[in-house]
Design a protein. Structure first.
Length: 199
């Protein structure tokens, strides 16, 4: 087996699946990362990332993981693999938290904490109008009871990240509905896209 930190290996750099260069490993992973980064910059492929970009991207990563788990293991009745429930909830709830924090960052606010209700309640009215528009556009794609307020969906997930990531410590976990959870992270993703300044 090859040691990935071995010195003298030729490594190929890909950007969006396209080969953009090669470098020879130094044996120091940090130096190798810097070498790869310099090649990407020299090709004009480096794009500065704002904090909002990074936050939105990270939220997307957790939401995409939750989506994959749902599609693969939780979508059918009976559930194909119940072991995917905990990572689905944890990834979904964490994505929701980061989407909410991204919306705050777009508004110029820096917030902390895991309470989804507080993060949602503290958003400005301008952002809540954007969220409501996304709710109206996306509700039809999810089996969420008509008349259910978006804030109610958030409330059912309020402590999900804190509780479900330590599921083994609890005799009974809070209820988390798959459809409402997927609806919330989709609405918040769309809201972030709509609220971000256009380039």
């Amino acid at each position: 087996m090859t040691n990935i930190y071995e010195k003298g290996l030729s490594k190929t750099i890909y950007v969006n699946g396209i080969v953009v260069g090669e470098y020879v490993t130094t044996g120091d992973p940090q130096k190798d990362i810097e070498a790869a980064h310099e090649i990407i910059k020299s090709k004009g492929l480096h794009k500065e990332t704002t904090e909002v970009d990074a936050m939105h991207s990270q939220a997307n990563s957790f939401a995409n993981t939750a989506k994959e788990l749902y599609e693969r293991d939780l979508r059918t009745v009976p559930i194909r693999n119940s072991m995917s429930m905990v990572p689905f909830v944890v990834n979904a709830a964490f994505s929701i938290e980061i989407y909410l924090k991204t919306l705050h960052a777009i508004s110029g606010d820096k917030v902390r904490g895991h309470s989804l209700v507080k993060l949602y309640d503290d958003l400005g009215d301008d952002i809540k109008i954007i969220i409501q528009s996304a709710v109206e556009d996306l509700r039809r794609y999810y089996d969420v009871e008509g008349g259910t307020e978006f804030a109610d969906c958030i409330e059912t997930l309020d402590k999900a990240f804190e509780q479900w990531r330590y599921a083994y410590e609890y005799e009974k976990l809070s209820y988390v509905g798959f459809q409402a959870t997927r609806f919330v992270y989709h609405v918040l993703h769309e809201s972030c896209c709509r609220a971000r300044p256009k380039e």
